[in-house]
Design a protein around this ligand. Structure first.
Ligand code: GUN
Length: 284
């Protein structure tokens, strides 16, 4: 029997309904949630992502600003812009879309964002807090994956979880959240020997490598939960994940589609983080 779908569109809709209601309450208190999205350069994928983020803000009643800068923008100008947004009371979340052009040091830019406005959860203060306790914000993609698992009441305590990919944005924070939920976690990376040995042991498999269809059905444990973070464009223009959906769906118990799985959840959790930043600000 094919796997059941972990539907990120349906779950997002449910959570965004709650976000809309809470946004109206906080707006009535004078703190309409506000998100600033900065994109530097003309990466086509980034252009799509930021447009979707700003559109999602509008749909839930947030204030949003999209700032686009030319690839030649210098780092000082970007840091100055972030300093201004840090001090702007109408802005509760600041997101600098990655990747940045090579002449700009991403770490310096991310560290310039006030941790209370770091709705991506990428600042070292938030990354550190995630490791040792309660972070101000959880990174949106891993947070969305956890919500998908929560939606099927997956019992993570004692489960074997394998994360393929060890990026700061997805793999590492994902592993930390799974660990905190009581799972036994393995993080695989591009040098891992006998990857299938690990993935076939996973009750929960999260894949974030950026390599189209690299995890095939024979690498998946029967009945497991497979969460595919990848969004890759094939030469024919179609989107596909890092998991070969057509073979994995016959082995897994649950699987996320691409598109319509993790993608919408990432944006939803960005909205949730921004909402929570505004709710905190309204209490001050
Ligand atoms: N680039 C790819 N994913 C992300 C993300 O979640 N946030 C930001 N800021 N940039 C990204």
């Amino acid at each position: 029997m094919p796997a059941q779908l972990l539907d990120g569109v349906a779950l997002s809709k449910k959570i965004r309904t709650e976000i809309t209601a809470r946004a109206a309450i906080v707006t009535a208190k004078g703190a309409r949630p506000g998100l600033a999205v900065i994109v530097v350069g003309d990466n086509p994928a980034s252009a799509v992502y930021v447009r979707n983020k700003v559109k999602a803000c509008e749909e839930v009643g947030f204030h949003s600003v999209l700032e686009r800068y030319e690839a030649e923008m210098n780092e000082e100008a970007l840091l100055a812009r972030i300093a201004t947004l840090n001090a702007d009371p109408a802005i509760h979340g600041i997101l600098v879309q990655l990747p940045l052009p090579a002449h700009i040091a991403s770490e310096r830019v991310l560290e310039a964002i006030a941790p209370q406005k770091d709705v991506d959860g990428f600042h070292v203060a938030n990354a550190g807090a995630l490791m040792v306790g309660a972070p101000e914000f959880k990174p949106c993609t891993p947070y969305g994956c956890m919500k998908l698992l929560e939606s099927i009441e997956y019992p993570l305590r004692g489960a074997r979880a394998v994360v393929v990919g060890a990026s700061n944005i997805v793999g590492k924070p994902m592993a930390m959240l799974l660990l905190q939920a009581g799972a036994t976690v393995t993080i695989c990376n591009s040098k891992t020997r006998d990857l299938a040995h690990h993935t076939k042991d996973a009750d929960v498999l999260v894949v974030a490598t950026g390599k189209p269809k690299m995890i095939t059905g024979d690498m998946v444990k029967s009945g497991s939960v497979v969460i595919d973070v990848g969004i890759n464009r094939l030469p024919d223009g179609k989107l596909c994940g890092d998991v070969d959906f057509d073979t994995a769906k016959y082995i897994a118990g649950w699987i996320t589609p691409v598109p319509g799985g993790v993608g919408p959840m990432t944006i939803t959790m960005l909205l949730m983080n921004t909402l929570e930043a505004a709710e905190k600000a309204s209490k001050h």
